[in-house]
Design a protein around this ligand. Sequence first.
Ligand code: ATP
Length: 451
Amino acid sequence: MSEPVTMDKIVSLSRRRGFVFPSSEIYGGMGSTYDYGHYGVLMKNNIRQRWFEAMVRNRDDIVAIDSAVILHPKVWEASGHVGGFSDPLIDCRTCKLRFRADKLEDSNCGLKPSKRPGQTPECDLTEPRQFNLMFETTVGALQEEGSRAFLRPETAQGIFINFKNVLQIARRKPPFGIAQTGKSFRNEITPGNFLFRVREFEQMEMEFFVPPDEADKWYRYWIDERLNWYRRYGLRDSNLRVREHGPEERSHYSQGTSDIEYDYPIGWGELEGIANRGDFDLTQHTEHSTTKLEYVGQDGERYVPYVIEPAVSIERIMVAMLVDAYDEEIVGDRERTVLRLHPLIAPVTAAVLPLIGKNDEMVAKARGLYEDLRRRHSVEYDDGGAIGRRYRRQDEIGTPWAFTVDEQTLEDDTVTVRDRDSLAQERLPIASVRDWIEAALERDWKSPKES
Ligand code: ATP
């Protein structure tokens, strides 16, 4: 495809096909907040499921947790979020770096590190403002002292405060991990770029607790694992890279951080972060809660494990996958837009279409097949309008296969299967469609856009 994929194209397709809507639209919209339509929900569910399989279900050493969104306010004091995010901050809209307004003289411009922020013509700084990234709320009926609480800005802390529970009840021993998915909330200063930076997003985080002397090994291991996950689900290698942070860029807790970056239409940006958080979190919570968070072995060995954390949001994955999959091409003399999504990510796995929507026999056969397939898969039945239009609709939502019931089906109980990417069609017995889909989903998949 010659034209580059722009964010506008992705936004417009997402809206047109009901993946994502701007939130509160009938009230004039609410900046950087989105609602997910049917296909958006299905795609999000698939992304979460693929992550959960890779991080929990297919492993012996990671367990799941689902902690509360509103935790004890002291959690955020211990984690450093209450103190750490209350400075006057300035953002640069160009390089996307954030600076302390009172420390500009000690900071480096993101584009030209030899300059200070604001010193190059490209710098585009926001006004300084006192800013805490956390959304505040009050707990209980009265707004009184002690009722102040926060919506979590990350899911990780809900894991750390449950470290002891999991260690005891799940009888784990480092190296082991605890994984969690759920909404996080950040009052971002410069949201925008569609789902890339939003104020509420669904995070998927896993904290992997390891003996301190194995931390570096596991840090490298998780960078590779996560990179391979993106490759497996179809992101092209040429759009992925790993960038290791320099010491000045790292968070206060970090002993090492790498971003898996994706080449978004807005440029290379953080898709997922993998950090070696050291023993910072467990030590902080031990100090603030006075509950000792450490590992004690049967032989009396004791230590505070180090933590390796891969952290990502479904939103950033979704944008990357939509961008990677989006394609426009001319077929015959018609233009078609197609999402070449991995079959296990696509919102709908198969469409079942009677060639002639008004033919009762075809409709009955197609409905029968649809009822059979829907018990296992996300399938869609569509008998409205010309067949070409129905195919194009499925192409736009990324459905990998369409099964069509036609005249011949009524004679010999075979259907055609049309492949979204190659447009090849083959015939197969209607009774074998279920197995055919199972086998197709098992196959390795590579983006046809990868040259
Ligand atoms: P950034 O520098 O882009 O603000 P961050 O380094 O603050 O991100 P982390 O705290 O490391 O982000 O969060 C882990 C992951 O959560 C990120 O890699 C990203 O996938 C996701 N994430 C963070 N903030 C947002 C947001 N505002 N909208 C969507 N996803 C987000």
